[in-house]
Ligand binder design. Sequence first.
Ligand code: B1M
Length: 231
Amino acid sequence: MSDDEIILSELSDEDLVQQMHDDLYDGLKEEIEEGTNILLERGWAPYKVLTEALVEGMRIVGIDFRDGILFVPEVLLSANAMKAGMSILRPLLAATDAPKQGKMVIGTVKGDIHDIGKNLVGMMMEGAGFEVVDLGINNDVDAYLAAIEKEQPDILGMSALLTTTMPYMKVVIDTLKEKQIRDDLIVLVGGAPLNEEFGKAVGADAYCRDAAVTVETAKDFISRKHNSMGR
Ligand code: B1M
């Protein structure tokens, strides 16, 4: 061991989180796993580890990716490290006594391979008591239609991270309208380049800024659906 090697377990919480941002930046999977476990052992709530150590770290990666300081291969390593941390948190976030809420099919749209945000939404929805069917990335309209037919979900979730792929959400929603099944579903959309106006323009029920908002929005729509059925 070299003299300057950092022992993660000896760092204060604040320094450890800072170090995890650096390790995520450097794509160090094992260090991210270790840091995640240390914070959990110190009594941090899984959601706090997720948002403060992992999501914040990825936000910093995003800035340097945008500015041409980091490139795709490096960001892929960061994404892998992030996913390793998320897989430790997933069972903890999913372990819930929450009453069963409903079913959601979610997938990233055609042409888009970003899946971290979508996975996070899926994890949080499971934690809130929803059954989640994850279609993965790069879904064309037929993939969504087949899943809706097979799974009969209450909610369709779509994710897009690129300005070039987000218009595809309208293609999917317009097809649902053509097939006269649009009103059978609660359609929620999300992803960094979207906003509320875009959500309305494509005909979604709501744009969800992040995973926590998605959970609240989904619960709200499900309870409204149940109330209107009860009338
Ligand atoms: Co890409 N990428 N990327 N990328 N990447 C962005 C999105 C970008 C903003 C980076 C930048 O320039 N600043 C930029 C898009 C620019 C634009 O369109 N305006 C970009 C680009 C350009 C590209 C490529 C074109 C680069 C290239 O090849 N030259 C390429 C495209 C590939 C493709 O999809 N066809 C590409 C590739 C990649 C990697 C493969 C290297 C990797 C993805 C790995 C993976 O996902 N497995 C990657 C990454 C990691 C990023 C950034 C850095 C981080 C995204 C992320 O995971 N964020 C990203 C920068 C950024 O977003 N600022 C960037 C963390 C995650 C927790 O947040 O995904 O926003 P987010 O999800 C949030 C909310 O948005 C919301 O909730 C989530 C959790 O709170 N949400 C939903 C998301 N989906 C939802 C669905 C819902 C509800 C809420 O449904 C109901």
